[in-house]
Design a protein around this ligand. Structure first.
Ligand SMILES: [Cu+2]
Length: 277
């Protein structure tokens, strides 16, 4: 039944074709800004994507190699019968090959060790506390069922003072500046995820985790929760606005603070119905 080997070959060819096509389609490849399918906006994003592409090439080569071997074996050893309807050649029994097993254990182990060493710097730059930038904290972000609560230091630059600005699902920072946030959780494990910036970090109850990232293009992006954290998990989709200049950011903050001042007046004692959210 050589016909089966051709079916398998088609499936493999389709898979390889899909991977070859994906980088040219905005919907198939990794998330990038709308209209710029190949522009990765953050420094870490470019590093992560480079690692991703290396892994894709490695696994792709293994995929093509194993499928070529599989299809060749199916084609070569398809059952054949002679004119009398008997098998044209007898089946053979052999008990494995130690040499082959050693080879296919050592090669993947070598590849894994290479990847582990190769990506170490990137991991350290993105995740190690010692690599955290010495910049003032942009905001404190607390995940809770089911929203991201954000606390910005306000004009005085210090958290937990009367001029702090509170927002929900609304993250703002400035282009080409490293933004440092303190990530917390009020209840369960959430996961702070900026897909376009390739940043993902769990928010763990009881911990304050520094997370830092940047963006080289002003615009609107997406913040998601990447941990299934309960029935309202889908609601934890927030807006990310990257401002062109520091001044634009300050203006947004001032406007929001004025708004916050007004709503605080509305919720002053004596107004039982004014509870926000
Ligand atoms: Cu969540």
């Amino acid at each position: 039944m050589r016909y089966w080997s051709l079916i398998f070959a088609l499936a493999a060819a389709f898979s390889v074709g899909a991977f070859a096509y994906a980088p040219f389609s905005a919907d198939w490849w990794l998330p990038n800004p709308a209209g710029e399918p190949r522009h990765v906006v953050s420094t870490f994003g470019r590093e992560i994507d480079a690692l991703f592409v290396i892994i894709l090439w490695l696994t792709g080569a293994v995929f093509v190699g194993t499928h070529a071997a599989l299809i060749w074996a199916q084609f070569r050893y398809a059952d054949r019968v002679d004119a009398d309807g008997k098998p044209a050649r007898p089946a053979q029994y052999f008990h494995g090959s130690q040499r082959l097993e050693v080879v296919w254990t050592i090669i993947p182990a070598g590849i894994l060790v290479f990847l582990a060493l190769y990506q170490m710097d990137t991991w350290a730059n993105i995740k190690f506390r010692s690599a955290a930038p010495r910049t003032p904290v942009l905001a404190e972000l607390t995940g809770r069922q089911f929203q991201w609560m954000m606390k910005y230091p306000g004009p005085d630059g210090r958290l937990n003072t009367p001029d702090d600005l509170f927002t929900v699902n609304d993250l703002h920072f400035v282009k080409d500046r490293t933004a440092l946030i303190h990530l917390k959780s009020a209840d369960v494990i959430h996961s702070f995820f900026l897909p376009q910036m390739r940043i993902k970090q769990d928010a763990v109850p009881g911990m304050t985790i520094p997370v830092w990232f940047d963006c080289d293009r002003a615009g609107r992006y997406e913040l998601a929760c990447a941990e299934l954290c309960g029935w309202g998990h889908y609601k934890m989709r927030g807006d990310v606005v990257v401002h062109e200049t520091e001044r634009e950011f300050q203006e947004w903050q001032a406007a929001k603070l004025a708004e916050q001042g007004r709503s605080q007046l509305a919720t002053a004692p004596g107004d039982p119905g004014g509870d926000e959210k």
